[in-house]
Design a protein around this ligand. Sequence first.
Ligand SMILES: [Zn+2]
Length: 208
Amino acid sequence: MVTKTGLEVVQIPAGKMKNFSYLIYCPNSGEALAVDPSFGAKALLAEVEERKVNLQLVLNTHGHNDHLAGNEEVLAATGARLAAHPLAVAEADLLLDEGMTVTLGDTAIEILFTPGHHPGHVCLHLPGALITGDVLFVTRVGRADLAGSDPAALYHSLRRLAGFPGETLVYPGHDYGPKPVSTIAYERQHNPFMRCEDLESFLRLRMG
Ligand SMILES: [Zn+2]
């Protein structure tokens, strides 16, 4: 699928926990970024090979093992550098934080700091699309009862994603919904967590 300004996003099913891994690249320059290799390292590497792209970064949305699994295999095979928030992977080569950008060709990808499910969670904003990790799934939201979770922070991160234009594509970290990709408009309509009008009703629904 090609986003508005031309970055390609390849969604890769990755293992029995229904993770999604992503290969994002600029078709003009061939510069590429992998998100959460997860249990799909081999499939991800096959996509890199087939599309003849130059993998520059492996980026983790957060520090849970089902997303980090596969990092080493992909890094070793490609020479890419690792990028993550310091609270996710303290020893990453590139430490991410709110407002940073990662560039593929001429296109900037904006890093959004979105804690709540995990204290070191980031989402990616590329033109016309969001990579939402374990903050937002199609019609669902990430867990907020894990070590390091903060339910109120998750609510605020979700509200922030809800504020993007309706046509923005949503690429989630797991295939937990009725379809693998949606839009912010679809989530505003069909996601009961995004429909919560205040923090109290969100907490009741998420934790109750
Ligand atoms: Zn997670």
